[in-house]
Ligand binder design. Structure first.
Ligand code: IPM
Ligand code: MN
Length: 352
């Protein structure tokens, strides 16, 4: 089959890690007889430099027309250190999510057997960890009204959710739980926030349709603690945008490295695949960043296109690299050789 893939490398290490994922996709295409046609588009600081806009209309068009979108990372210290900047790279990512209706962000957290000793948690705590966080992605405080008082001395950000927004994401999480171990944890702050009470009320009404799924409700502060004390108890976790942002960064290090976690952002139409880590500007251009999260995102992408054995081939090749110690410096054992970004990509291609 032939597929059109929109490729958005973005900032920092984005171009390098996406380059390796494209190499891997080309190996998959050759081995399984598919054609991937890539259309490159600018986003983030790279797009600001080129056009003044972090999410140009041309990029939006390319994304809409593609069968799937592969994205690298966004962010640049030039903007982080300037609180007065009016145009920011991150706005590109947020506008892209909103424009393409990508309301659900699926972040699987799975411990790779060969990385158990890389986890900051004890082996007996972390073993068996395998869950998916379903993060709401186009609502809440990220997209609410915000502003400053006239004198500039007070500021506000508002968190809003509608029942429809909550229903569609909780339903997606329930459907996912049905395909997994049938356990759902709804994370909120219903003891304080009205939006959380709407989440809980809406979830409670919906779970009645899924009697096979065991559902529990957890306050976000407790969830943050449970993630590092009993991570293996989770199966599917569903939560609002900001809680999901924070909890998934926490969850990612459990698996040994932030450089390992892929993600899918999906909605009713388009779907975008990206590593959960950021643009790691200190490593940009040095060929040292771990490309595995992006390569695993490419696996999620082709599975989304229905190419399951092809996705499995990528996953097996990544596992093999981990077992053989073909890893970048973030994962290397003390006093062992570390491999470059492009060497990892080439090794994974050779295994496909
Ligand atoms: C993420 C990132 C983004 C977010 C930033 C870059 C806007 O941290 O995808 O988790 O907060 O959603
Ligand atoms: Mn984040």
């Amino acid at each position: 089959m032939n597929y059109t893939i929109a490729v958005l490398p973005g900032d920092g290490i984005g171009p390098e890690i996406v380059g390796e994922a494209v190499k891997v996709l080309d190996s998959v295409a050759a081995r399984f007889g598919h054609g991937f046609e890539y259309t490159y588009a600018a986003v983030g600081a790279a797009a600001i430099d080129a056009t003044g806009d972090p999410y140009p209309a041309e990029t939006d068009k390319i994304c809409r027309e593609a069968d799937a979108i592969l994205f690298g990372a966004i962010g640049d210290p030039r903007f982080d250190n300037d609180p007065a900047a009016k145009v920011r790279p991150e706005q590109g990512l947020l506008r892209m999510r909103q424009s393409l209706g990508l309301f659900a962000n699926l972040r699987p957290v799975k411990l790779h057997a060969s990385l158990v000793d890389r986890s900051p948690l004890k082996r007996e705590v972390v073993e068996g960890t395998d869950f998916v966080c379903v993060r709401e992605l186009t609502g809440g405080i990220y997209f609410g009204e915000r502003g400053r008082s006239a004198d500039g001395d007070s500021a506000f950000d508002t968190c809003t959710y509608t029942r429809v927004e909550v229903e569609r994401i909780v339903r997606m999480a329930l459907e996912l739980a049905m395909k997994r171990r049938r356990k759902l944890t709804v994370v909120d702050k219903a003891n304080v926030l009205e939006t959380s009470r709407l989440w809980r009320e809406t979830a409670k009404a919906l779970v009645a349709e899924y009697p096979e799924v065991e559902v529990d409700y957890m306050f976000v502060d407790n969830a943050a603690m449970q993630l590092v004390t009993r991570p293996s108890v989770f199966d599917v976790v569903v939560t609002e945008n900001m809680f999901g942002d924070i909890l998934t960064d926490e969850a990612s290090v459990i698996s040994g490295s932030l450089g390992m976690l892929p993600s899918a952002s999906v909605g009713s139409g388009n779907a975008l695949f990206e590593p959960i880590h950021g643009s790691y500007p200190q490593a940009a251009g040095k060929n040292i960043a771990n490309p595995m999260a992006t390569i695993l995102s490419a696996a999620m992408m082709i599975e989304h296109l229905g190419l399951d054995s092809e996705g499995a081939a990528i996953r097996a090749a990544v596992e093999k690299a981990l077992e053989e110690g073909i890893v970048t410096e973030d994962l290397a054992k003390k006093d062992t050789k570390t491999y470059s970004t492009s060497e990892i990509g080439s090794y994974i291609c050779s295994q496909i």
